[in-house]
Design a protein around this ligand. Structure first.
Ligand code: ZN
Length: 302
């Protein structure tokens, strides 16, 4: 007579077990992308910028962020286990890392670790050859023709310009138009082909080795170089994937939907090689006005 209730108990237990399993697994098996955000030195306001990037990525439900703040005092002996993360997000423009840390970082990227470079992070480490191969292009820090060509878009093609001159400059801040040049790349495939970024300076005249680099989007540097300058780039280094965005000058322009959506997609692509976020409509990311958004208003996509 106890047979039936016991069986029911067993079946209920099994159902509970299965339901619990389903509840913790989203379409990525419940695993969040582990991001290591590095900051602590920058000629930009990293204290206000890093939280905007963290909230933007976390709002999607797809990422978990660990932050390492590396001050000038810390940098002498700072080291971290890069291999514990799917992707490194650099908001760092500061003193060189110790040799041991540089070597560990190069090994991590060579073996398939990944990197996202935001704005002035491409000003860092002029003397570090491997880092410049990873970022493709950089600016300031004394960069010039010995660091590599200028690279820009002209008449439907990428130009590598070896002429002499400084690496890195910008005109006045304005709402610049980003034009997608590679509509098939996973990062840009789901984006409108043209959109405005929130008011900020636009980097131009960057220089670097620019090897294994793709330019996904450009913007015309009005009042600057007057060229179509790279805004979104991907680079491969060893087995590593790198996403480089020149957007993100300050915490206000990081509220720009253009910055946020490209950061989200670029970080997922760097970490996994894919973008699973749905396309972004021209209503969300228009070309006739620059829209900004509190990261709290980003809807979780996963
Ligand atoms: Zn800036």
């Amino acid at each position: 007579m106890f047979k039936t209730p016991l069986s029911l108990f067993a079946v209920t237990g099994l159902l509970l077990f299965l339901t619990a399993g389903l509840a913790t697994a989203d379409n990525h098996g419940g695993k969040k992308i582990k991001v290591l955000l590095i900051d602590g030195q920058n000629n930009h306001d990293w204290r206000r910028c890093s939280p905007v990037m963290t909230s933007t990525l976390e709002a999607t439900g797809r990422f978990s962020i660990h932050r390492e703040t590396v001050t000038e005092a810390d940098v002498i002996d700072w080291i971290v286990d890069f291999s514990a993360y799917d992707v490194i997000l650099s908001n760092y423009n500061g003193k060189p890392w110790q040799e041991k840390t540089q070597k560990a970082f190069v090994k991590y990227i060579e073996e398939g670790g990944n990197l996202v470079v935001v704005h002035a992070a491409d000003n860092s480490f002029r003397e570090w050859k491997e880092y410049n191969l990873m970022i493709g292009l950089g600016g300031w820090g004394g960069r010039n023709e010995t660091d590599g060509p200028y690279v820009y878009w002209k008449d439907g093609k990428i130009v590598r310009d070896e002429s002499k001159g400084r690496g890195g400059s910008h005109g006045r801040a304005w709402e610049y138009k980003v034009v997608v040049r590679d509509t098939e790349h996973p990062i840009t495939k789901g984006l409108p082909t043209e959109f405005l970024q929130a008011k900020e300076e636009l980097y131009d005249r960057l220089r670097g080795p620019a090897e294994n680099m793709k330019i996904l989007a450009t913007a015309l540097a009005k009042g600057g170089s007057e060229r179509h300058e790279p805004v979104l780039m991907t680079i491969t280094y060893g087995k590593g994937r790198i996403f480089h965005t020149v957007m993100g000058h300050d915490h206000k322009s990081m509220h720009g939907v253009a910055f946020q959506e490209t950061l989200i997609r670029g970080t997922e692509w760097a970490a996994t090689g894919k973008v699973t976020f749905p396309p972004v409509s021209p209503e969300t990311l228009p070309v006739d006005k620059a829209v900004s958004r509190d990261p709290k208003d980003i809807k979780p996509a996963h």
